[in-house]
Design a protein around this ligand. Structure first.
Ligand SMILES: Nc1ncnc2c1ncn2[C@@H]1O[C@H](COP(=O)(O)OP(=O)(O)OP(=O)(O)O)[C@@H](O)[C@H]1O
Length: 130
């Protein structure tokens, strides 16, 4: 199946390129952003702990969604930081508001993820000692 402009409906070559560039973005953020590295390492620790405590799959799905959202937001925050730096090279109060608000969004969602983690893990940890 092809579109009007003769491009295929799904081009595997373009799809492969999209994944490649997305991986490059993740790789760059991992290399340069400490917060991103911390979030990924915490996510790995949470995933391993969930396996060890045999947390039910539906609860693991909730953890996967909130953790994935935090890591995704961190990538968007990095993109916003770079975009602002590209546009503004000097101190600007508006640049500060944009960067601080984007960082605030990550912080709020990280707190939400911690709250979800506590709600899910605590009953299983208590169960271990009963
Ligand atoms: N051009 C600017 N004008 C005004 N304030 C700025 C500007 N650039 C950065 N800031 C302030 O400095 C803070 C840190 O910005 P910076 O771009 O250094 O992020 P960062 O320290 O690399 O953040 P992260 O640790 O999340 O990567 C911003 O949240 C903002 O308050």
């Amino acid at each position: 199946m092809a579109l009007k402009n003769n491009r295929p409906f799904v081009s595997w070559k373009r799809l492969k390129k999209s994944f490649y560039y997305a991986c490059k973005g993740i790789q760059h953020t991992w290399k340069h952003e400490q917060n991103f590295r911390i979030h990924v390492l915490v996510a790995a620790a949470v995933f391993i702990s969930a396996q060890l405590l045999q947390i039910p799959i539906e609860q693991q799905a909730v953890l996967a969604v909130v953790i994935g959202a935090v890591i995704g937001l961190e990538l968007i925050n990095t993109a916003i930081e770079h975009l602002v730096d590209l546009i503004v090279q000097t101190y600007d109060e508006r640049a500060k508001v944009i960067k601080d608000a984007a960082a605030g969004a990550v912080f709020i969602f990280a707190l939400t993820a911690v709250a979800a983690g506590v709600m899910i893990f605590i009953p299983h940890i208590i169960e271990l000692f009963l």
